[in-house]
Design a protein around this ligand. Structure first.
Ligand code: URP
Ligand code: ZN
Ligand code: ZN
Ligand code: ZN
Length: 485
């Protein structure tokens, strides 16, 4: 038995169990998983370390035009380098259609840019903003056949948002063709009405962003999206759940049998509205949508992650620099409505949860793996190639030093953003060696792979879509309506 690489004396955690083994790797794939393996061409001694599946971050914005028309600070190189330093081996960013764009060109464009620059593996979700016959009958089915099997829609942002009719159209096509729907759920009219009132009263400070993006705007839209999903009995991912009532709404829907999958992000665990309320324009550094909420909502998000209501923990990395376009509101007249929405988080997503979740005993190491890797791969059709440590899976590993003390600061991070919302936070635990398809991507603080060495991952049919197909009655009126096009 020949191995290109053996990771020896590993203390391994998967989503299901923890065990000790050596990991034998050949041609980028795990081919043996037992103690006492023969020598490999290269060896890494992982004694005293946790060896976890490489993280899969299924929500990040890279080289993308935002809902407000701003381009992200990170390109596919800086984003994937930063992700790798934070223990990730796969990211799933968005290929974003804007209304004037045609879907095939959008997909080609993102594919080309990622191919040239990415250092770890990547798949794509497709953001759809124009729902017409060409998209529904041709472009989306073709994208799904090409391995883009998740479709995200927005209920807010003037440039992106779809009405409920269009969302139902997309949901029914996704259902029929085998894709998973994702939704940014906030009520656009509520936000706009509140923002108009606030600016009318002369309120411009960053903190009013959090007032305009009221919890009820999220709750109403999430509830409406849940109803659309229930109507078609089709699975739906609600991304970045931030507040208590939405967590409760999701939990209730799941108990009733709705096919709702929900995600949350570090900003809703580790920041609050008080951060946006920092003096002057400092608060703009914490501006994202939905915004960080109060402590009760933080607790609700923790509970949701602990009890399985929220099964995905992603960064929603949406990087904008502080020193130039984007983050700073430009001048008196504009104010909070002009600030770029979004926070950087690719690199700190996992270390934050490891420190505050695993080390503090809120979640087990196996839940950590589930929340940061396995469930993402399952949800978006990449499992078991990605998201676990098993014979036959890609050799995607992160070797963690569970005791390393780190004070988060912008100069330690590798993204293209000039600040971090978590500046000064003291955490414990960091991934020190990161391996993607058997290639050592990061070791001892060094990046060891070339630009463009990441691979595109075509996604299979997402597990929630397969489960829905297997478990629901085939010939209800709704099913006939979905099929009849
Ligand atoms: O504020 C955020 N989350 N910006 C990124 C775009 C989005 O809403 O997903
Ligand atoms: Zn969003
Ligand atoms: Zn509800
Ligand atoms: Zn996002």
């Amino acid at each position: 038995q020949h191995y290109d690489l053996v990771v020896r004396n590993a203390r391994i955690a998967t989503a299901e169990r923890s065990f000790d083994a050596d990991i034998g790797i050949r041609d980028g794939v795990i081919v043996a998983l037992e103690q006492g393996l023969a020598a490999g061409e290269r060896e890494i001694d992982a004694a005293g370390r946790w060896v976890l599946p490489g993280g899969v971050d299924s929500h990040c914005h890279v080289e993308q035009l935002s809902g407000m028309g701003l381009i992200c600070a990170d390109d596919f190189h800086s984003a994937t380098v930063s992700a790798a330093f934070g223990g990730n081996t796969t990211i799933i960013p968005f290929a974003a259609q804007h209304r004037q764009d045609d879907i095939p060109e959008v997909l080609d464009d993102y594919a080309r840019r990622a191919r040239e620059k990415a250092v770890i593996d990547y798949a794509f979700h497709l953001i759809v903003t124009r729902v017409d016959e060409q998209a529904l009958k041709h472009d989306i089915p073709q994208a799904i056949r090409d391995g883009i099997t998740s479709i995200k829609v927005f209920m807010t942002y003037a440039r992106m948002k779809l009405d409920d009719y269009s969302i139902l159209e997309l949901m029914s096509v996704a259902d029929r063709e085998g894709a998973l729907m994702m939704v940014h759920a906030e009520n656009d009219d509520v936000i706009r009405w509140l923002a108009d009132r606030l600016t009318g009263l002369g309120h411009q400070a960053p903190k009013y962003h959090a007032v305009a993006h009221a919890g009820l705007a999220e709750n109403e839209a999430a509830h409406r999206a849940i109803c659309l999903s229930r109507l078609l009995d089709t699975p739906l991912v609600i991304v970045h759940v931030s507040e208590r009532e939405t967590v409760e709404c999701v939990r209730r829907a799941q108990v009733q049998g709705a096919r709702i999958i929900a995600e949350s992000c570090p900003q809703y665990l580790f920041l609050t509205a008080e951060d946006i309320d920092r003096p002057g324009v400092e608060g703009a550094k914490y501006c994202c949508s939905p915004p960080p909420r109060d402590e009760a909502s933080q607790q609700a998000v923790w509970s949701g992650l602990e009890d399985g209501t929220l099964t995905l923990y992603s960064s929603d990395h949406a990087p904008y620099r502080w020193d130039e376009s984007g983050k700073l509101p430009k001048g008196e007249k504009t104010g909070f409505r002009e600030m770029a929405n979004g926070l950087p988080g690719l690199e700190v997503r996992m270390p934050l949860l490891f420190s505050e979740g695993v080390r503090r005993g809120r979640i087990s190491i196996n839940q950590f793996v589930e929340l940061t890797a396995t469930r993402h791969a399952r949800t978006y059709g990449l499992y078991p190639r990605k998201g676990t440590i098993a014979v036959g899976s890609d050799a995607d590993l992160a070797i963690w030093d569970a005791d390393r003390e780190v004070t988060i600061s912008v100069d330690k991070l590798h993204d293209a953003v000039d600040y971090t919302p978590y500046e000064g936070m003291k955490i414990v635990g960091w991934p020190e060696t990161v391996i993607n398809r058997g290639r050592i991507v990061i070791d001892k603080g060094e990046l060891l792979v070339e630009r463009g060495s990441g691979e595109f991952l075509p996604c299979a049919t997402p597990e929630p879509v397969i489960e829905a197909r297997q478990s629901r009655p085939a010939d209800t009126l709704i099913r006939r309506l979905v099929e009849a096009r």
